[in-house]
Design a protein around this ligand. Structure first.
Ligand SMILES: N[C@@H](CCC(=O)N[C@@H](CS)C(=O)NCC(=O)O)C(=O)O
Length: 85
């Protein structure tokens, strides 16, 4: 599985929806990056996407990372991952 990280805010309901899906799917390998606790994460988001909106799933790929906004899209993507990934 590609390395992935979730940029989020604990107080954000859209982020909570994604966090709940992560828990249900047992995707413990996805790193959680609280942008308020660590300003560097917000800077990374802004630099890569031009926005600071969360949640955002970063999927690290050879040739360039993919940054996915929209909680529904993120949940759909996570649910479609092969089992055991
Ligand atoms: N439609 C988006 C809404 C996300 C959203 O509104 N996130 C808020 C936090 S609850 C946010 O990041 N606002 C700050 C910004 O847009 O920079 C989703 O479902 O992910």
């Amino acid at each position: 599985m590609a390395k992935m990280s979730l940029y989020y805010l604990p107080s954000c309901p859209y982020c909570q929806k994604v966090l709940q899906a992560l828990g249900e799917l047992g995707l413990d390998a996805i790193e959680l990056r609280d942008k308020r606790a660590e300003p560097q994460y917000e800077e990374e988001l802004q630099a890569a996407t031009g926005r600071t909106m969360v949640p955002c799933l970063r999927i690290e790929r050879e040739g360039g990372d993919q940054w996915m906004h929209e909680s529904d899209d993120i949940v759909d993507y996570l649910r479609a991952l092969p089992a055991g990934s």
